[in-house]
Design a protein. Structure first.
Length: 109
C-alpha cells in the first residue's frame, strides 16, 4: 500500500490542508481520512525521507517503510507465540494504536 508522503497537505506543492467532512473524505480532493495504520505508515515513510535513511540501501522510502512495518508485524506474531508457549496471556494490550504516547507508557507501568 503506497501512501502519499504527506497526509496533511491536500495538494503537493500547495499550502492547503485537507478539510475532512463528516463522511471522512476531503472536501477538496476526495481522499478518505486515513486509518491509524495508514497514518503510521505514512508518518514512518516521511520520517525515513526526512532523515534520508533510504540512501544507504538506495531503496525508495515507501518500500523501506513497508519493510519495517512487516518486521514489526513479524515481531508481534513472534512475541504472541512466545507468550503462548510460556502459558501467558498472549492477547495484545488494549491500548488503541492512536492513543497518545503518555497514555501508552502509563498503561505499561
Ligand atoms: Zn484534500
Amino acid at each position: 500500500m503506497a501512501m502519499p508522503a504527506s497526509l496533511e497537505w491536500c495538494d503537493k506543492g500547495t499550502a492547503r490542508q485537507h478539510e475532512w467532512t463528516a463522511g471522512g473524505n476531503c472536501l477538496h480532493c476526495g481522499r478518505r481520512y486515513p486509518t491509524a495504520e495508514e497514518a503510521f505508515a505514512s508518518g514512518l515513510e516521511s520520517l525515513i525521507n526526512r532523515f534520508s535513511r533510504e540512501n544507504a540501501s538506495n531503496t525508495p522510502d515507501f518500500i523501506l517503510a513497508q519493510y519495517l512495518l512487516t518486521c514489526l508485524a513479524a515481531w508481534n506474531t513472534a512475541t504472541q507465540q512466545r507468550d503462548t508457549w510460556y502459558g501467558r496471556d498472549a492477547r495484545p494490550c488494549s491500548v488503541p494504536s492512536n492513543a497518545p504516547v503518555s497514555a501508552v507508557s502509563e498503561s505499561k507501568g
